[in-house]
Design a protein around this ligand. Structure first.
Ligand code: ADP
Length: 458
Protein backbone atom coordinates (compact mmCIF):
# COMPACT_ATOMS: atom_id res chain seq x y z
CA UNK A 1 0.00 0.00 0.00
CA UNK A 2 1.42 3.40 -0.92
CA UNK A 3 1.03 6.57 1.15
CA UNK A 4 -2.14 7.79 -0.64
CA UNK A 5 -3.81 4.38 -0.21
CA UNK A 6 -2.85 4.25 3.47
CA UNK A 7 -4.25 7.76 3.95
CA UNK A 8 -7.49 6.79 2.15
CA UNK A 9 -7.89 3.63 4.24
CA UNK A 10 -7.35 5.59 7.44
CA UNK A 11 -9.98 8.22 6.54
CA UNK A 12 -12.43 5.48 5.47
CA UNK A 13 -11.89 3.66 8.77
CA UNK A 14 -12.57 6.82 10.77
CA UNK A 15 -15.50 8.16 8.78
CA UNK A 16 -17.35 5.05 7.59
CA UNK A 17 -17.55 1.83 9.58
CA UNK A 18 -20.62 -0.05 8.46
CA UNK A 19 -19.53 -2.04 5.43
CA UNK A 20 -21.68 -4.98 6.59
CA UNK A 21 -24.78 -2.96 5.70
CA UNK A 22 -23.54 -1.88 2.29
CA UNK A 23 -26.23 -3.85 0.48
CA UNK A 24 -29.23 -2.94 2.61
CA UNK A 25 -28.82 0.56 4.00
CA UNK A 26 -28.54 3.79 2.06
CA UNK A 27 -27.07 5.35 5.24
CA UNK A 28 -23.90 3.31 4.63
CA UNK A 29 -23.52 5.06 1.28
CA UNK A 30 -24.12 8.46 2.89
CA UNK A 31 -21.28 7.68 5.31
CA UNK A 32 -19.18 6.42 2.45
CA UNK A 33 -19.81 9.65 0.53
CA UNK A 34 -18.85 11.63 3.62
CA UNK A 35 -15.64 9.60 3.96
CA UNK A 36 -14.78 10.12 0.28
CA UNK A 37 -15.51 13.83 0.64
CA UNK A 38 -13.12 13.99 3.58
CA UNK A 39 -10.43 12.16 1.59
CA UNK A 40 -10.42 14.93 -1.05
CA UNK A 41 -11.36 17.84 1.22
CA UNK A 42 -8.10 17.69 3.14
CA UNK A 43 -5.67 18.14 0.20
CA UNK A 44 -8.05 20.62 -1.45
CA UNK A 45 -8.28 22.74 1.70
CA UNK A 46 -4.49 22.85 1.83
CA UNK A 47 -4.56 24.23 -1.73
CA UNK A 48 -7.31 26.68 -0.77
CA UNK A 49 -5.02 28.12 1.88
CA UNK A 50 -2.95 29.77 -0.87
CA UNK A 51 -5.63 32.20 -2.18
CA UNK A 52 -6.79 32.72 1.44
CA UNK A 53 -3.32 33.89 2.52
CA UNK A 54 -2.96 35.97 -0.61
CA UNK A 55 -6.34 37.67 -0.02
CA UNK A 56 -5.53 38.32 3.65
CA UNK A 57 -2.19 39.90 2.76
CA UNK A 58 -3.79 42.05 0.11
CA UNK A 59 -6.69 43.24 2.25
CA UNK A 60 -5.12 43.09 5.70
CA UNK A 61 -7.96 40.84 6.86
CA UNK A 62 -5.89 38.39 8.92
CA UNK A 63 -9.06 36.77 10.30
CA UNK A 64 -9.51 35.04 6.95
CA UNK A 65 -6.14 33.26 7.03
CA UNK A 66 -6.66 32.44 10.69
CA UNK A 67 -10.03 30.86 10.02
CA UNK A 68 -8.60 28.99 7.01
CA UNK A 69 -5.82 27.51 9.13
CA UNK A 70 -8.19 26.59 11.92
CA UNK A 71 -10.40 24.93 9.31
CA UNK A 72 -7.51 22.82 8.02
CA UNK A 73 -6.57 21.72 11.53
CA UNK A 74 -10.17 20.87 12.30
CA UNK A 75 -10.43 18.90 9.07
CA UNK A 76 -7.30 16.94 9.97
CA UNK A 77 -8.78 16.14 13.34
CA UNK A 78 -12.18 15.10 11.96
CA UNK A 79 -10.72 12.99 9.16
CA UNK A 80 -7.89 11.19 10.92
CA UNK A 81 -8.42 11.01 14.67
CA UNK A 82 -10.24 7.86 15.78
CA UNK A 83 -12.80 7.59 18.56
CA UNK A 84 -15.33 10.20 17.39
CA UNK A 85 -18.78 9.11 16.25
CA UNK A 86 -19.58 9.62 12.58
CA UNK A 87 -22.58 11.83 13.44
CA UNK A 88 -20.28 14.12 15.47
CA UNK A 89 -17.79 14.29 12.60
CA UNK A 90 -20.54 15.34 10.22
CA UNK A 91 -21.85 17.94 12.67
CA UNK A 92 -18.36 19.41 13.09
CA UNK A 93 -17.84 19.66 9.32
CA UNK A 94 -21.19 21.37 8.77
CA UNK A 95 -20.57 23.76 11.69
CA UNK A 96 -17.16 24.65 10.26
CA UNK A 97 -18.79 25.44 6.92
CA UNK A 98 -21.20 27.76 8.71
CA UNK A 99 -18.26 29.43 10.45
CA UNK A 100 -16.59 30.00 7.11
CA UNK A 101 -19.82 31.41 5.69
CA UNK A 102 -20.04 33.75 8.67
CA UNK A 103 -16.48 34.97 8.22
CA UNK A 104 -16.94 35.51 4.48
CA UNK A 105 -20.13 37.49 5.02
CA UNK A 106 -19.33 39.32 8.22
CA UNK A 107 -15.62 40.02 8.09
CA UNK A 108 -14.76 39.81 4.41
CA UNK A 109 -18.01 41.37 3.15
CA UNK A 110 -18.22 38.84 0.32
CA UNK A 111 -21.90 37.92 -0.14
CA UNK A 112 -21.25 35.88 -3.32
CA UNK A 113 -18.82 33.32 -1.85
CA UNK A 114 -20.66 33.47 1.50
CA UNK A 115 -24.04 32.52 0.04
CA UNK A 116 -22.45 29.92 -2.23
CA UNK A 117 -21.04 28.30 0.89
CA UNK A 118 -24.43 28.49 2.56
CA UNK A 119 -26.03 26.67 -0.36
CA UNK A 120 -23.17 24.16 -0.49
CA UNK A 121 -23.79 23.33 3.20
CA UNK A 122 -27.42 22.47 2.35
CA UNK A 123 -26.43 20.21 -0.52
CA UNK A 124 -23.67 18.45 1.42
CA UNK A 125 -26.05 18.05 4.36
CA UNK A 126 -28.63 16.52 2.05
CA UNK A 127 -26.13 13.98 0.83
CA UNK A 128 -24.62 12.93 4.14
CA UNK A 129 -27.49 13.37 6.64
CA UNK A 130 -30.60 11.30 7.10
CA UNK A 131 -34.03 12.90 7.46
CA UNK A 132 -34.91 15.42 9.01
CA UNK A 133 -31.32 16.78 8.94
CA UNK A 134 -31.60 18.42 5.49
CA UNK A 135 -34.78 20.33 6.37
CA UNK A 136 -33.17 21.43 9.61
CA UNK A 137 -30.25 22.85 7.60
CA UNK A 138 -32.60 24.75 5.28
CA UNK A 139 -34.24 26.30 8.37
CA UNK A 140 -30.81 27.26 9.79
CA UNK A 141 -30.00 28.87 6.41
CA UNK A 142 -33.22 30.87 6.63
CA UNK A 143 -32.32 32.05 10.14
CA UNK A 144 -28.85 32.95 8.91
CA UNK A 145 -30.17 35.05 6.03
CA UNK A 146 -32.80 36.80 8.16
CA UNK A 147 -30.19 37.60 10.83
CA UNK A 148 -27.87 39.05 8.22
CA UNK A 149 -30.73 41.03 6.74
CA UNK A 150 -31.42 42.49 10.19
CA UNK A 151 -27.70 43.13 10.69
CA UNK A 152 -27.58 45.08 7.41
CA UNK A 153 -30.78 46.94 8.25
CA UNK A 154 -29.50 48.04 11.63
CA UNK A 155 -26.07 48.84 10.23
CA UNK A 156 -24.16 46.21 12.27
CA UNK A 157 -22.32 45.16 9.15
CA UNK A 158 -21.48 47.30 6.21
CA UNK A 159 -19.70 45.17 3.60
CA UNK A 160 -16.38 45.99 2.01
CA UNK A 161 -15.04 49.49 1.46
CA UNK A 162 -16.61 50.76 -1.74
CA UNK A 163 -19.07 47.83 -1.77
CA UNK A 164 -21.53 48.41 1.07
CA UNK A 165 -24.24 45.85 1.73
CA UNK A 166 -27.66 46.79 0.45
CA UNK A 167 -30.70 45.27 2.16
CA UNK A 168 -32.59 45.05 -1.14
CA UNK A 169 -29.75 43.25 -2.91
CA UNK A 170 -29.21 40.96 0.07
CA UNK A 171 -32.92 40.07 0.22
CA UNK A 172 -33.06 39.29 -3.52
CA UNK A 173 -29.89 37.19 -3.60
CA UNK A 174 -30.40 35.37 -0.31
CA UNK A 175 -34.04 34.55 -1.09
CA UNK A 176 -32.87 32.83 -4.28
CA UNK A 177 -30.36 30.79 -2.30
CA UNK A 178 -33.05 29.91 0.23
CA UNK A 179 -35.47 28.97 -2.53
CA UNK A 180 -32.87 26.55 -3.95
CA UNK A 181 -32.06 25.17 -0.50
CA UNK A 182 -35.71 24.30 0.17
CA UNK A 183 -36.15 22.90 -3.32
CA UNK A 184 -33.25 20.46 -3.02
CA UNK A 185 -34.18 19.54 0.54
CA UNK A 186 -37.65 18.62 -0.71
CA UNK A 187 -36.52 16.70 -3.79
CA UNK A 188 -33.30 14.85 -2.94
CA UNK A 189 -34.71 12.91 0.05
CA UNK A 190 -37.28 11.40 -2.34
CA UNK A 191 -34.44 10.05 -4.42
CA UNK A 192 -32.77 8.58 -1.34
CA UNK A 193 -36.07 7.10 -0.16
CA UNK A 194 -36.51 5.39 -3.51
CA UNK A 195 -32.93 4.12 -3.32
CA UNK A 196 -33.45 2.82 0.21
CA UNK A 197 -36.63 0.96 -0.78
CA UNK A 198 -34.90 -0.48 -3.81
CA UNK A 199 -31.92 -1.65 -1.77
CA UNK A 200 -34.17 -3.27 0.83
CA UNK A 201 -36.12 -5.05 -1.90
CA UNK A 202 -32.93 -6.22 -3.58
CA UNK A 203 -31.54 -7.39 -0.27
CA UNK A 204 -34.71 -9.38 0.45
CA UNK A 205 -34.65 -10.93 -3.02
CA UNK A 206 -30.99 -11.80 -2.71
CA UNK A 207 -31.54 -13.41 0.69
CA UNK A 208 -34.46 -15.42 -0.69
CA UNK A 209 -32.40 -16.43 -3.70
CA UNK A 210 -29.51 -17.54 -1.52
CA UNK A 211 -31.74 -19.67 0.67
CA UNK A 212 -33.42 -21.19 -2.42
CA UNK A 213 -30.01 -21.89 -3.91
CA UNK A 214 -28.81 -23.67 -0.80
CA UNK A 215 -32.08 -25.65 -0.65
CA UNK A 216 -31.59 -26.58 -4.27
CA UNK A 217 -27.97 -27.57 -3.74
CA UNK A 218 -29.00 -29.78 -0.80
CA UNK A 219 -31.76 -31.35 -2.92
CA UNK A 220 -29.30 -32.03 -5.75
CA UNK A 221 -26.87 -33.73 -3.35
CA UNK A 222 -29.71 -35.82 -1.91
CA UNK A 223 -30.90 -36.71 -5.40
CA UNK A 224 -27.42 -37.71 -6.52
CA UNK A 225 -27.09 -39.88 -3.43
CA UNK A 226 -30.44 -41.56 -4.08
CA UNK A 227 -29.55 -42.03 -7.73
CA UNK A 228 -26.24 -43.64 -6.87
CA UNK A 229 -27.99 -45.93 -4.36
CA UNK A 230 -30.58 -46.88 -6.96
CA UNK A 231 -27.94 -47.60 -9.57
CA UNK A 232 -26.02 -49.67 -7.08
CA UNK A 233 -29.18 -51.57 -6.20
CA UNK A 234 -30.03 -52.20 -9.87
CA UNK A 235 -26.49 -53.38 -10.48
CA UNK A 236 -26.37 -55.75 -7.51
CA UNK A 237 -29.91 -57.04 -8.06
CA UNK A 238 -29.45 -57.71 -11.77
CA UNK A 239 -26.03 -59.21 -11.20
CA UNK A 240 -27.29 -61.57 -8.45
CA UNK A 241 -30.39 -62.52 -10.45
CA UNK A 242 -28.28 -63.81 -13.32
CA UNK A 243 -27.07 -66.90 -11.53
CA UNK A 244 -30.45 -68.46 -10.56
CA UNK A 245 -31.79 -67.47 -13.96
CA UNK A 246 -28.98 -69.27 -15.70
CA UNK A 247 -29.97 -72.34 -13.68
CA UNK A 248 -33.66 -72.02 -14.63
CA UNK A 249 -32.63 -71.61 -18.26
CA UNK A 250 -30.38 -74.65 -18.37
CA UNK A 251 -32.88 -76.90 -16.59
CA UNK A 252 -35.64 -75.73 -18.94
CA UNK A 253 -33.39 -76.61 -21.89
CA UNK A 254 -32.68 -80.02 -20.32
CA UNK A 255 -36.39 -80.55 -19.72
CA UNK A 256 -37.17 -79.71 -23.35
CA UNK A 257 -34.32 -81.89 -24.63
CA UNK A 258 -34.74 -85.00 -22.45
CA UNK A 259 -38.39 -85.13 -21.50
CA UNK A 260 -40.34 -83.61 -24.39
CA UNK A 261 -41.29 -87.13 -25.55
CA UNK A 262 -42.78 -88.04 -22.17
CA UNK A 263 -44.77 -84.78 -21.81
CA UNK A 264 -48.02 -84.11 -23.64
CA UNK A 265 -48.50 -81.11 -25.95
CA UNK A 266 -49.95 -78.82 -23.26
CA UNK A 267 -47.06 -79.54 -20.91
CA UNK A 268 -44.57 -78.92 -23.73
CA UNK A 269 -46.25 -75.56 -24.51
CA UNK A 270 -45.99 -74.59 -20.82
CA UNK A 271 -42.31 -75.50 -20.79
CA UNK A 272 -41.81 -73.41 -23.96
CA UNK A 273 -43.55 -70.43 -22.36
CA UNK A 274 -41.41 -70.81 -19.24
CA UNK A 275 -38.23 -71.01 -21.37
CA UNK A 276 -39.31 -67.91 -23.34
CA UNK A 277 -40.00 -66.07 -20.10
CA UNK A 278 -36.59 -67.01 -18.74
CA UNK A 279 -35.01 -65.86 -22.02
CA UNK A 280 -36.81 -62.49 -21.87
CA UNK A 281 -35.79 -62.11 -18.26
CA UNK A 282 -32.21 -62.75 -19.30
CA UNK A 283 -32.37 -59.96 -21.90
CA UNK A 284 -33.98 -57.64 -19.36
CA UNK A 285 -31.27 -58.30 -16.80
CA UNK A 286 -28.55 -57.80 -19.41
CA UNK A 287 -30.10 -54.45 -20.41
CA UNK A 288 -30.49 -53.43 -16.79
CA UNK A 289 -26.88 -54.31 -16.11
CA UNK A 290 -25.76 -52.27 -19.12
CA UNK A 291 -27.87 -49.36 -17.86
CA UNK A 292 -26.54 -49.42 -14.31
CA UNK A 293 -22.99 -49.96 -15.51
CA UNK A 294 -22.86 -46.87 -17.76
CA UNK A 295 -22.12 -44.36 -15.02
CA UNK A 296 -19.87 -46.77 -13.12
CA UNK A 297 -17.35 -47.08 -15.87
CA UNK A 298 -14.38 -44.84 -16.25
CA UNK A 299 -15.51 -42.90 -19.29
CA UNK A 300 -12.16 -42.23 -20.95
CA UNK A 301 -12.81 -40.27 -24.12
CA UNK A 302 -11.24 -40.74 -27.51
CA UNK A 303 -11.79 -39.67 -31.11
CA UNK A 304 -14.52 -41.76 -32.70
CA UNK A 305 -15.68 -42.01 -36.30
CA UNK A 306 -19.45 -42.65 -36.03
CA UNK A 307 -19.54 -43.74 -39.70
CA UNK A 308 -17.17 -46.58 -38.83
CA UNK A 309 -19.42 -47.68 -35.95
CA UNK A 310 -22.51 -47.64 -38.20
CA UNK A 311 -20.62 -49.61 -40.85
CA UNK A 312 -19.41 -52.15 -38.32
CA UNK A 313 -22.89 -52.60 -36.80
CA UNK A 314 -24.52 -53.11 -40.23
CA UNK A 315 -22.07 -55.84 -41.12
CA UNK A 316 -22.15 -57.63 -37.75
CA UNK A 317 -25.00 -57.15 -35.26
CA UNK A 318 -27.66 -56.13 -37.80
CA UNK A 319 -26.41 -58.09 -40.81
CA UNK A 320 -28.95 -60.90 -40.62
CA UNK A 321 -31.89 -58.61 -39.76
CA UNK A 322 -31.07 -56.33 -42.70
CA UNK A 323 -30.87 -59.25 -45.10
CA UNK A 324 -34.06 -60.77 -43.69
CA UNK A 325 -36.09 -57.54 -43.94
CA UNK A 326 -34.45 -56.14 -47.08
CA UNK A 327 -33.45 -53.08 -45.02
CA UNK A 328 -30.68 -50.55 -45.66
CA UNK A 329 -28.61 -48.15 -43.56
CA UNK A 330 -27.38 -45.03 -45.36
CA UNK A 331 -24.71 -43.01 -43.72
CA UNK A 332 -24.06 -39.39 -44.71
CA UNK A 333 -20.75 -37.64 -44.12
CA UNK A 334 -20.43 -37.66 -40.33
CA UNK A 335 -18.10 -35.58 -38.16
CA UNK A 336 -15.46 -37.35 -36.09
CA UNK A 337 -16.57 -36.95 -32.49
CA UNK A 338 -14.92 -37.31 -29.11
CA UNK A 339 -16.44 -39.58 -26.46
CA UNK A 340 -16.44 -42.97 -24.81
CA UNK A 341 -16.25 -45.57 -27.59
CA UNK A 342 -18.28 -48.43 -26.04
CA UNK A 343 -21.07 -46.09 -24.93
CA UNK A 344 -21.34 -44.37 -28.31
CA UNK A 345 -21.41 -47.75 -30.05
CA UNK A 346 -24.17 -48.88 -27.64
CA UNK A 347 -26.08 -45.67 -28.43
CA UNK A 348 -26.01 -46.30 -32.19
CA UNK A 349 -26.80 -49.98 -31.66
CA UNK A 350 -29.94 -49.13 -29.65
CA UNK A 351 -31.18 -46.46 -32.05
CA UNK A 352 -30.55 -48.52 -35.20
CA UNK A 353 -31.92 -51.64 -33.48
CA UNK A 354 -35.15 -49.77 -32.67
CA UNK A 355 -35.34 -48.38 -36.21
CA UNK A 356 -35.30 -51.96 -37.51
CA UNK A 357 -37.61 -53.36 -34.81
CA UNK A 358 -40.27 -50.68 -35.13
CA UNK A 359 -40.52 -50.90 -38.94
CA UNK A 360 -43.83 -50.92 -40.78
CA UNK A 361 -44.96 -54.42 -41.50
CA UNK A 362 -44.24 -55.45 -45.05
CA UNK A 363 -41.87 -52.55 -45.68
CA UNK A 364 -38.06 -52.79 -45.56
CA UNK A 365 -36.57 -50.47 -42.93
CA UNK A 366 -34.68 -47.56 -44.50
CA UNK A 367 -32.38 -45.90 -42.01
CA UNK A 368 -30.43 -42.73 -42.55
CA UNK A 369 -27.66 -41.57 -40.22
CA UNK A 370 -26.65 -37.92 -40.59
CA UNK A 371 -24.61 -35.43 -38.60
CA UNK A 372 -23.39 -31.87 -38.21
CA UNK A 373 -21.83 -29.63 -35.63
CA UNK A 374 -22.08 -26.28 -33.89
CA UNK A 375 -19.31 -24.51 -32.01
CA UNK A 376 -20.13 -26.43 -28.81
CA UNK A 377 -21.77 -29.67 -29.92
CA UNK A 378 -21.74 -32.48 -32.45
CA UNK A 379 -25.25 -33.25 -33.57
CA UNK A 380 -26.13 -36.71 -34.92
CA UNK A 381 -29.45 -38.10 -36.13
CA UNK A 382 -30.84 -41.54 -36.88
CA UNK A 383 -33.95 -41.38 -39.09
CA UNK A 384 -36.22 -44.28 -40.09
CA UNK A 385 -39.34 -44.91 -42.12
CA UNK A 386 -40.97 -46.97 -39.37
CA UNK A 387 -44.27 -46.84 -37.52
CA UNK A 388 -43.51 -43.50 -35.86
CA UNK A 389 -44.44 -42.28 -32.38
CA UNK A 390 -47.35 -40.02 -31.35
CA UNK A 391 -46.30 -36.65 -29.98
CA UNK A 392 -47.61 -37.38 -26.46
CA UNK A 393 -45.00 -40.16 -26.06
CA UNK A 394 -42.00 -38.21 -27.33
CA UNK A 395 -40.68 -37.62 -23.81
CA UNK A 396 -42.12 -40.67 -22.09
CA UNK A 397 -40.20 -43.19 -24.23
CA UNK A 398 -36.90 -42.05 -22.71
CA UNK A 399 -37.99 -43.16 -19.23
CA UNK A 400 -36.85 -46.57 -18.08
CA UNK A 401 -39.32 -49.46 -18.66
CA UNK A 402 -41.64 -47.24 -20.73
CA UNK A 403 -42.90 -49.19 -23.73
CA UNK A 404 -45.61 -48.33 -26.18
CA UNK A 405 -46.21 -51.87 -27.38
CA UNK A 406 -46.94 -55.27 -25.89
CA UNK A 407 -44.39 -58.09 -26.01
CA UNK A 408 -46.62 -59.83 -28.55
CA UNK A 409 -46.29 -56.87 -30.97
CA UNK A 410 -42.62 -56.07 -30.49
CA UNK A 411 -39.97 -57.68 -28.29
CA UNK A 412 -38.18 -55.32 -25.91
CA UNK A 413 -37.39 -54.39 -22.33
CA UNK A 414 -38.10 -50.65 -22.32
CA UNK A 415 -34.54 -49.85 -21.28
CA UNK A 416 -32.90 -49.08 -24.64
CA UNK A 417 -33.81 -45.39 -24.95
CA UNK A 418 -33.31 -44.76 -21.21
CA UNK A 419 -29.79 -46.09 -21.68
CA UNK A 420 -29.34 -43.84 -24.76
CA UNK A 421 -30.41 -40.84 -22.70
CA UNK A 422 -28.01 -41.77 -19.93
CA UNK A 423 -25.11 -42.13 -22.36
CA UNK A 424 -25.87 -38.79 -24.03
CA UNK A 425 -26.13 -37.06 -20.65
CA UNK A 426 -22.80 -38.55 -19.62
CA UNK A 427 -21.46 -36.80 -22.72
CA UNK A 428 -23.20 -33.58 -21.62
CA UNK A 429 -25.56 -33.55 -24.56
CA UNK A 430 -29.26 -34.24 -24.98
CA UNK A 431 -31.45 -36.59 -26.95
CA UNK A 432 -34.91 -36.05 -28.43
CA UNK A 433 -37.18 -37.44 -31.11
CA UNK A 434 -39.14 -35.95 -33.99
CA UNK A 435 -41.73 -38.24 -35.43
CA UNK A 436 -44.91 -38.46 -37.46
CA UNK A 437 -46.95 -41.60 -36.72
CA UNK A 438 -47.12 -43.80 -39.80
CA UNK A 439 -44.24 -41.98 -41.54
CA UNK A 440 -41.17 -42.55 -39.39
CA UNK A 441 -39.03 -41.14 -36.60
CA UNK A 442 -35.79 -39.21 -36.33
CA UNK A 443 -33.79 -39.51 -33.12
CA UNK A 444 -31.41 -36.59 -32.59
CA UNK A 445 -28.65 -36.42 -30.02
CA UNK A 446 -25.84 -34.01 -29.23
CA UNK A 447 -22.39 -34.61 -27.76
CA UNK A 448 -20.55 -31.72 -26.15
CA UNK A 449 -17.17 -30.94 -27.63
CA UNK A 450 -14.05 -31.11 -25.44
CA UNK A 451 -12.98 -27.72 -24.18
CA UNK A 452 -16.67 -26.95 -23.67
CA UNK A 453 -17.28 -29.87 -21.33
CA UNK A 454 -16.51 -30.68 -17.73
CA UNK A 455 -14.43 -33.80 -17.20
CA UNK A 456 -16.36 -37.05 -17.22
CA UNK A 457 -17.81 -38.33 -13.99
CA UNK A 458 -15.74 -41.23 -12.70
P1 ADP B 1 -37.75 -51.24 -26.14
O1 ADP B 1 -37.43 -51.03 -27.57
O2 ADP B 1 -36.92 -52.26 -25.49
O3 ADP B 1 -39.19 -51.37 -25.87
P2 ADP B 1 -36.80 -48.58 -25.85
O4 ADP B 1 -36.50 -47.79 -24.62
O5 ADP B 1 -35.73 -48.79 -26.83
O6 ADP B 1 -37.36 -49.92 -25.34
O7 ADP B 1 -38.01 -47.88 -26.56
C1 ADP B 1 -39.14 -47.46 -25.83
C2 ADP B 1 -40.34 -47.38 -26.74
O8 ADP B 1 -40.17 -46.35 -27.70
C3 ADP B 1 -40.52 -48.66 -27.54
O9 ADP B 1 -41.32 -49.57 -26.82
C4 ADP B 1 -41.22 -48.14 -28.79
O10 ADP B 1 -42.61 -48.12 -28.60
C5 ADP B 1 -40.76 -46.73 -28.94
N1 ADP B 1 -39.72 -46.58 -29.99
C6 ADP B 1 -38.39 -46.58 -29.81
N2 ADP B 1 -37.74 -46.40 -30.98
C7 ADP B 1 -38.70 -46.30 -31.92
C8 ADP B 1 -38.68 -46.11 -33.35
N3 ADP B 1 -37.55 -45.97 -34.02
N4 ADP B 1 -39.88 -46.06 -34.00
C9 ADP B 1 -41.02 -46.17 -33.31
N5 ADP B 1 -41.10 -46.36 -31.98
C10 ADP B 1 -39.97 -46.43 -31.29
Amino acid sequence: MNLWQRYQARVQRCCCRRAAQADQDVMFWRDRLFADMMVYLLPLSLLALVPGVWYSLKTGLLEIVLVDMLMVLALLWVALVPGISIASRKTIILSLSYCLTFVLLFFAGLPGPGLTFLFAVSVIGLLILDRPGPLFLAIINTGFCVLFGLAIHFGWIRGRAGHPYSLVEWTVISSNVLFLSYLVSALLPRLFNGLQQNMELQYQLRTQLQSRQSELAAAVIELEKKNAELEQFAYVASHDLKEPLRMVNSFMTLLQKNYSQQLDDVANTYVKFAANGAHRMHTLIDDLLAYSRTSKEDLASEDIDPAEIVQELSSSVFRDQLIETGGRIDCELLPVINGHYTSIRQLFQNLIGNAITYRKSGQPPLINVSGGETSQYWHLSVADNGIGISAEYHRKIFKIFQRLHSKAEFEGSGIGLALCQKIVEEHQGRIWVESIPGEGSTFHFTIRKPGHKKSFRK
